[in-house]
Design a protein around this ligand. Structure first.
Ligand SMILES: CCCC(=O)SCCNC(=O)CCNC(=O)[C@H](O)C(C)(C)COP(=O)(O)OP(=O)(O)OC[C@H]1O[C@@H](n2cnc3c(N)ncnc32)[C@H](O)[C@@H]1OP(=O)(O)O
Length: 300
């Protein structure tokens, strides 16, 4: 499913209320305007009231009276906490990161009193439309878990499988990435990848096919996999790329956006409610796609 088609799909759900933490940002407000136009959301914007009023007047036209509410917050931290609390108290059903550092909003999300924890691992899932590549590619985790251990990687895979299923990929092929496609005890990512594959074979990771370690080229290119003689149902056909750590994921994410001009939508999965989480520098389109993904990903 292409990201643009998620926008159409999102309009088939009841309208969601989105709490945006630190919404004072042009790209965020453009995405708000596009979402209102598409007709699948209404917004509570947290941040500096006077700045927000001006930006809303500039970027959002013909708004219905219940479409946008502005709530003043003096700092990024306050905006993050208020937006998370609004979701916790069910005033909103989706949380969105605005112009605030990722760690600030995630710390609020993990707050024990009013955060959005579920007891599961929370993780970031990004869906990419890469020009000249025939299908969407999911990358996890480029934004939340810094150096996941084996159990965390297993839960990261389960979150990504849920998202894949929600966008129509029913038994996703999962490639735990490493630098090589053989197990090398000096490279811990290869050992985790092999263990995740065995966990899948033994039924510990369901509804997907996991096989690794794979390097990026042989995960996504049939020619590369054939050239190296790799016998694997995932090689060349991966739907989900599981990166070994946040640095690899973040570099892959930004390489796809900046070098390959890919479109992206990204959310945190595994929380009480979906959380739209893109890079602050990402375009309004990618924020719109992330909002649509958040709405569609709640369709279990
Ligand atoms: C992709 C585009 C966007 C970007 O470019 S994002 C840029 C890069 N990303 C970041 O900077 C964020 C990276 N992550 C972090 O900074 C931190 O891991 C994060 C999420 C802020 C949490 O840090 P801290 O607050 O220091 O948390 P901590 O490790 O001390 O743990 C505190 C409690 O929270 C829990 N926790 C942490 N991560 C979790 C997770 N993924 N899922 C579920 N629970 C989680 C942790 O178990 C701990 O719980 P408890 O207090 O022991 O009950």
């Amino acid at each position: 499913m292409k990201l643009q088609s998620l926008v159409t799909k999102a309009t088939q759900f009841p309208k969601a209320t989105v709490a945006v933490a630190a919404a004072e940002d042009e790209e965020v407000l453009k995405a708000v305007a596009q979402t209102l136009q598409a007709g699948f959301g209404r917004f509570i914007l947290y941040g500096d009231e006077s700045v927000l009023s001006r930006l809303v007047a500039e970027h959002v036209q013909d708004v219905g009276h219940d479409a946008i509410r502005i709530v003043h917050a003096s700092t990024n931290e306050e905006a993050a906490h208020m937006a998370v609390k609004a979701v916790h108290e069910k005033e909103a059903s989706v949380l969105m990161k605005g112009n605030v550092p990722t760690a600030t909003i995630l710390k609020a999300v993990l707050n024990k009193e009013y955060g959005l924890r579920t007891g599961r691992v929370l993780s970031h899932v990004a869906v990419f439309d890469v020009p000249n590549y025939e299908r969407p590619i999911l990358v996890t985790d480029a934004a939340m878990n810094i150096a996941p251990d084996l159990q965390q990687k297993a839960e990261i895979i389960m979150n990504a499988v849920q998202v894949a299923k929600a966008i129509g990929i029913h038994t996703p092929k999962v490639a735990p990435l490493a630098a090589v496609e053989v197990v090398n005890p000096a490279m811990p990512a290869t050992i985790d990848a092999a263990a995740l594959s065995l966990m899948n074979q033994r039924g510990q990771l369901k509804d997907c096919i996991v096989d690794g370690p794979l390097a990026l080229d042989n995960a996504i290119s049939v020619e590369s996999a054939q050239h190296k003689g790799i016998q694997s149902s995932v090689a060349g056909h991966a739907d989900i790329l599981v990166v070994p750590n946040i640095e690899t994921g973040n570099v892959l994410y930004k390489s796809l956006v900046y070098f390959a001009r890919a479109q992206v939508g990204g959310i945190i999965a595994g929380a009480k409610a979906p959380i739209v989480l893109t890079s602050r520098a990402d375009s309004a389109e990618s924020k719109l796609y992330s909002l649509a993904l958040a709405i569609c990903a709640t369709d279990k």
